[in-house]
Write a protein of this length. Structure first.
Length: 200
């Protein structure tokens, strides 16, 4: 005969303890291209800290607020993150070449920089090259867009002649819309007569 409640209670075994997560180290590094350091807010339900200094660091552990701020050295950054940093693509390289007045002919000094541009392009397995032409404020805006494109195309042609495939080079013109040196209309300014090149 079965009598409910007469048997002993079955006790379920306690679940295995969850191993504690190791502390997470969070480090703020400068931008590799510009060297500028931004800022980050590290927070959880127990508190928050602002990290703003280059190589500023904090640790986060379960069930506690983020740790106090500290700064770690360059050597420690390399030790901890060297492999990840080495895996990043190289930072883009930027070049500015200048042109003669109302012309798509490079100045002699800028023509001498072409080998440096070519070297930067040829170092990359699959480069992307962006060439943007600019002008000063002399003449009509519409004509300056055309002149900026002629300048960008002239640089592209030099790169193609040196063996860079055309499909890897993007050209555009800002005309007088993006002045390096702000001037009034119809002002000759050699530093605005330029092409900006980005290689990445």
């Amino acid at each position: 005969m079965f009598a409910p409640g007469c048997g002993g209670k079955r006790v379920s075994p306690a679940p295995p303890a969850t191993p504690a997560s190791p502390p997470a180290l969070i480090v703020l590094l400068p931008d590799p291209e510009t060297g500028v350091t931004g800022k980050i807010r590290v927070s959880n339900e127990f508190g928050a800290v602002m990290v703003e200094a280059p190589r500023g660091a904090t640790t986060v552990t379960a069930n506690t607020a983020p740790g106090s701020l500290k700064t770690i050295g360059e050597d420690e950054v390399r030790q901890l993150f060297g492999a990840a940093l080495d895996a990043l693509p190289p930072a883009p390289k930027h070049f500015t070449l200048y042109f003669k007045f109302e012309s798509d002919t490079l100045t002699d000094e800028s023509a001498g920089k072409i080998p440096e541009v070519l070297d930067a392009v040829k170092r990359l397995a699959v480069p992307e090259v962006v060439v943007i032409g600019h002008t000063d404020t002399m003449g009509e805006k519409k004509a300056n867009v055309t002149l900026g494109m002629r300048r960008a195309a002239a640089v592209r042609n030099v790169l193609v002649a040196a063996g860079i495939p055309t499909g890897l080079i993007e050209v555009a013109s800002h005309g007088e819309a993006d002045l390096l040196i702000k001037t009034k209309d119809n002002t000759p300014e050699p530093r605005n007569r330029r092409v900006e090149i980005s290689v990445r």
